[in-house]
Structure formats: C-alpha cells, structure tokens
Ligand binder design. Sequence first.
Ligand SMILES: Cc1cc2nc3c(=O)[nH]c(=O)nc-3n(C[C@H](O)[C@H](O)[C@H](O)COP(=O)(O)OP(=O)(O)OC[C@H]3O[C@@H](n4cnc5c(N)ncnc54)[C@H](O)[C@@H]3O)c2cc1C
Length: 433
Amino acid sequence: MQYTKQLEIKYSVDVFVAGGGAAGVAAAVAAARSGKKVFLAEAAGCLGGMGTTGLVPAFAPFSDGVNIVASGIGYEIKQALKNTVPVNSSEWGSRWSTIDAEELKREYDRLLKAEGVDFSFFTSVCDVVCDGRKIDAVILTSKSGMFAVKADIYIDCTGDGDLCALGGGEFEIGDENNCVMPGTLCSLWAYIDDDKIGNDQSEFIEKAYADGVLTYKDRHLPGMYFRRNGMAGGNIGHTFGVNPVDEKSLTESMVWGRQSMTEYEKYYKTYLNGYENMVLCVTAPVLGVRESRRIVCDYTLCFADYMKRAVFDDEIGRYCYPVDIHVMNTDDEEFERFSNEYSIRYGNGESYGIPYRSLVPVSFSNVLVAGRCIGTDRQMQASVRVMPGCFITGQAAGIAAALACETQDVRAIDIPKLQAKLKSLGAYLPNAK
Ligand SMILES: Cc1cc2nc3c(=O)[nH]c(=O)nc-3n(C[C@H](O)[C@H](O)[C@H](O)COP(=O)(O)OP(=O)(O)OC[C@H]3O[C@@H](n4cnc5c(N)ncnc54)[C@H](O)[C@@H]3O)c2cc1C
C-alpha cells in the first residue's frame, strides 16, 4: 500500500544520534562537549542498551593489561560507578567488572543531562529520507505519533544499523548463510551464597544433559557474574538461529529464553554449590543480541588486522578483546572452533588500531556509524562489539560528527585534528602525532 503523511520537524540539530547504548551515549556526549546541539532518540525506557535494558552483567576489559585502551568517556563512566567489582581474581578476569544496571542507568541519565544532550525515550527511528547520498531527515515514531528530525550529521548507534539500513545503505549480516551468533536472554538472580560457589559453572553440562535436566547440550555457558549481597547477573543459554532484525524471530527467542530459565535454575540448584536457594528476580525486556547488521564502510576492519596488531594513519582508538564468536550450534566441533578462536589472545600491552574509515558508511556522505555495527568482518565484529570497544568508536564518531557539521561531509574532516581532539578527551592514541 502507499501511505503519505504530513510530519512536523520537531528537532533541527547539529548532530542526531540514533540509539543510546554504550556507543550512542559516548557519541552524544562527545558531540555535545564539542559545542554541538545534539538530539538522541532511544527506543527503550533508559540509556545503556545491552548493558542496562539487556541486563548484560559485566563490562569486558577497558585495559590491555598495561594501558587503559578504552579511555575517555567510557572509562570516565566506569570510574563513576561505585557498585562494580572485578569478575574474578584471574589476571584476565580481574580486568572485567560487573554491572549494576540501575546504577549504570542513573549515571547515563546524569551524564547526558549534565552535558546538555537532549534525548527522548520510547522513540524509534522508523524511516529515513534521503537526497542522493545525503540523509535529509529521519522519521521517528513515539507515543506522540510520528515526527521528523533534521541534522547536519546523523550517527547510527542502534547496534543493528537500523538508520543506515532504512536509508538503503549497504550492509552485511552474519556468516555466508546470513546466520548470526546466538543471542542470550540475560537475567538477574538473588540468594546465591558466593562463599560456597566454585569457578567452573559448565562442569556438569554433559551430566545434566544425560540426566534430562537440560534438554540440550550447550557446553558454552558464560555463566553467572557475581555482584554483591548474593545477587548475580546471568548470561546463560543461547537462542540459536535468531534473526535480530525480524520481530517474529525475536519474539520466539524471548519466549524460548524465558522457558529455558527454569531448566538452568534446576541445573544450578542440582549440581553446583551455593545456588541451592537461588531465586530468579527478572529476565531482560529485550533479547541480548550479540551480532546483527555490519554496515559496509570505507574500510573493513578484518581478522588480519587483529593478527598483525594493525596501526592506521587514521586511527581513532585501539582495542584488544579477542575474537568471541559464540557457538552457532551445540556440536562438539563448534565448541572447539569457538574455544580455539577465543584463545587467540594478545600479550599485555598489545592492541589493534580502529581506523576512522570503519565508521564511515560507503553509502552516505553525512552519516557515521558506531558500536557493534561498524565496518568490520565477522571476526572483528566479535571483538570490537563489547562495551569498551563501543565507547571507543562512539566517542570518535561524536567528535568526528562535530567536525563535519560545517561541510556536512564526513570525509572532509581533518584527521590529525580529529585525533588531537580525541586525545584531549582522554582517548588512547599512542600512534597519532
Ligand atoms: C548476552 C550478551 C552478553 C554480552 N556480554 C558482554 C560482556 O560481558 N561485556 C561487554 O563489554 N560486552 C558484552 N556484550 C556486548 C555488548 O553488550 C554489546 O555489543 C554492546 O552493548 C553494543 O553497544 P551498542 O551501543 O553498539 O548497541 P546496544 O547496546 O544494543 O544499544 C543500541 C541502542 O539503540 C536502541 N535502538 C535500537 N534500534 C533503535 C531504533 N530504530 N531507534 C532508536 N533506538 C534504537 C536500543 O534500544 C539500544 O538502547 C554482550 C552482549 C550480549 C548480547
């Protein structure tokens, strides 16, 4: 059917940010600190994306073991949180920190308000109006109906690359069959005795499967992340075969994820010490999506760059998390594939560069992308997707957008100027002059 409608232009701003997860928050704050008028639209009822709405229980490392690589806005946010604790005492585990989602939501609210970023919750990008390679306006839908927003520069921080895809931009998704790694419905649990718990939560998966306690043998169990007062965030179970950009598929995964909690509760209570009295407080209101569209950008950050610890002239940050493509099914071979890939770790102080070109979608002249949907191959998506990586690309996109407002051309900015501004924000850029 054909449908036309007259819309109010509710906001005219310098920079529009779609999505308020780790990337969107960093992008909006960075652009606002550069003196730009920013409007951010967030589909959910809070900022933080997967780290809050999705109840993802921990931050991956901000450090490469020597340097704080995710420095700047992301590290500032992490340092402002009082309730985070190291995940465990191993060297690798001590670089992770748990998330108290309520505290993180408040910190994001506070920060955006303090920086003068205008934002609306329950507001989704539902369409894009293009004039050739330039986005002219985005169409949003909210409780008040539909309205338009115009900006000089648009930043896609939706995690799924919605803005670019709705504008007809080029993207890739998943493997050669367009299959993405599974999601997880994250959860929050109480009454766990952390004095009694052991380390390996997946030790009894085979037995539980043989005993019929678990109906499928998923050996890949990220597990429970302990916070305080007997509470833990659950990253347990995998929704195999989910399509993250199809609401019917997401619906099926949510239904399955909620059902699976009763199996996992029985698993923990039956086989593992310290979980005897555990109670499920809540499951997340959205599915935890690890992989979605990858927007095709001027440079595709690739696994070879990971292996050679790449350095780029237009580097906007460096990161170090390993390739973490979760198991695609429950076959033993697939678990071996995951374990081998995830164990390709850097030594202390090592990292790879992220070029500015990986944030510049090939299809547009006034759009940037940040977060888990930047221009990478599949393996690098599975590294840079974690929250510290998203803070790095988010803050770079925010500064770059501010620099590009005058020309409305994201390719016309001065790279040394971008790098100098990022450094003054605290970014880790050891190779920039
Ligand atoms: C189960 C699971 C476990 C994970 N574990 C870890 C971990 O331990 N440590 C770690 O650091 N990372 C972890 N990650 C990865 C990390 O949480 C995400 O990749 C990261 O949060 C992505 O950040 P983002 O800002 O790109 O996207 P998101 O966090 O997904 O934020 C995107 C935001 O955009 C909004 N949005 C989406 N579409 C629209 C639209 N059309 N209009 C308006 N708003 C929109 C969403 O509501 C959301 O708030 C995990 C992810 C999952 C799913």
